[in-house]
Design a binder for this molecule. Structure first.
Ligand code: UD1
Length: 378
């Protein structure tokens, strides 16, 4: 069986590592993977560093599309992916998550009848103002094999009309849905033990175990809307000052570019003069694990970081109006606050004073093997 895997944005490179590892270890004789990097993320610390650390084979193709408007970026990817699919003639295309690279792959493949395998299917924020929500809905509805990491995701697919009882032969008209567990959990478990030993991010930034907040902010509505960006940074700075806590913020290039223009001058000055507010370059995967394992609490608008906090049993404040990982909130380990100063500060108090539970919600660390087995058995 030959698959073409599309990656492009940072989290997809990480997710793809789990499947590539499973193929290399168990299925190399039966499954050939051709990797296509769209080039959506291109900075060294947004892309190459993950290939190096996670041991992913170098991409067979790089479309080098770079940044642009949604339309231009997605359209350029579709053209490149279509050409590769026609040349490579794979049995299926593998798509991860909900980025513009995912959508481009779904459109290119479905139009020329290459079956789509969507990993991370079924997740919904129920907010179509998010580009990611549009991308994931469109991708799911042209997919043939849909692997949902959570029970909620699986149930969302059923609610949207996917039939649980479809029989082989499967197609986009007769798709097969699964609850597979989460490939990101596979990775975090696999790399957890080496993260501390192989990184020095804690000592480099003078961070003490259990005594700092890890924050990430990159969603377009948080970075582009001035009141939201200001509320987020003010909350972080106020908590850091009031609690005498370090805040470490590995900064996405999107946010870095907008900080000087979109943050109030006075607030920016306060942050720059707070020695405990540590803005650093984007972290590698192992560095992020080391930060997640050793922090006191996570504040993030990222989907992946919310879950990684949970894997390492850390409370999480979700800086978005809603989350597609609803089970984190249902079990009390995370609180959705949006970009609301009062709600963020209240959530901090609640989460740091409660005894939290972290049940096993994301599988057994072998989601990638399950997916490969299913694909080969079909
Ligand atoms: C994309 C995904 C988002 C995911 C995120 C992970 C979409 C619609 N969004 O958002 O779901 O959570 O990746 O990081 O696909 N930039 C650089 N260097 C890079 C990459 C980006 O400087 O290597 C800057 C550029 O100014 C660019 C901006 O970041 O315009 C946004 O990048 P883009 O890939 O369009 O979306 P992300 O915000 O990264």
């Amino acid at each position: 069986m030959k698959i073409v895997t599309i990656i492009g944005a940072r989290p997809q490179i990480i997710k793809a590592a789990a499947l590539s590892r499973a193929i290399k270890t168990h299925y190399a004789a039966k499954l050939t993977e051709v990797i296509v990097h769209t080039g959506q993320h291109y900075d060294e610390n947004m892309s190459q560093v993950f290939f190096d650390e996670l041991g992913i084979p170098a991409p067979n193709y790089n479309l080098n599309v770079g940044s642009g408007t949604h339309g231009k970026q997605t359209a350029t990817m579709i053209i490149g992916i279509e050409e590769i699919l026609i040349k490579e003639k794979p049995n299926a295309i593998v798509l991860y998550g909900d980025t513009n690279s995912t959508l481009a792959g779904a459109i290119a493949a479905s139009k020329i009848h290459v079956p789509v395998i969507h990993i991370e299917a079924g997740l919904r924020s129920h907010n179509k103002a998010m580009p990611e929500e549009v991308n994931r809905i469109l991708c799911d509805h042209v997919s043939t094999f849909l692997f949902s990491p959570t029970k909620t995701g699986y149930r969302n697919l059923v609610k949207e009309g996917f039939n649980e009882k479809n029989d082989s032969p499967y197609s986009a008209n007769n798709p097969k849905i699964y609850h597979s567990g989460d490939v990101m959990y596979d990775n975090s478990m696999f790399f957890s033990s080496i993260a501390d030993a192989k990184t020095s991010i804690l000592s480099n930034n003078h961070l003490k175990k259990g005594e700092f907040i890890l924050a990430t902010i990159h969603r377009n509505n948080n970075t582009d809307e001035q009141p939201r960006l200001n509320a987020l940074f003010k909350s972080l700075n106020d908590i850091s000052v009031a609690e005498k806590l370090d805040v470490v913020l590995p900064l996405h290039p999107r946010t870095a570019k907008l900080l000087e223009t979109n943050l109030d001058k006075e607030l920016l000055q306060q942050i720059k003069s707070n020695p405990q507010f540590k803005i650093i370059a984007p972290a590698s995967f192992l560095e992020m694990i080391a930060l997640e394992k050793n922090c006191k609490l996570v504040m993030t608008d990222s989907g992946g970081v919310q879950k990684e906090a949970f894997y390492f049993e850390k409370p999480c404040i979700i800086l978005r109006p809603e989350t597609e990982w609803v089970e984190l909130v249902e079990c009390g380990a995370a609180i959705v606050t949006d970009a609301d100063e009062m709600r963020i500060k209240d959530a901090f108090k609640t989460l740091t004073s409660a005894i939290l539970k972290f049940p096993k919600l994301y599988g057994d660390g072998k989601a990638a093997e399950f997916i490969c087995n299913e694909l080969l058995s079909l």
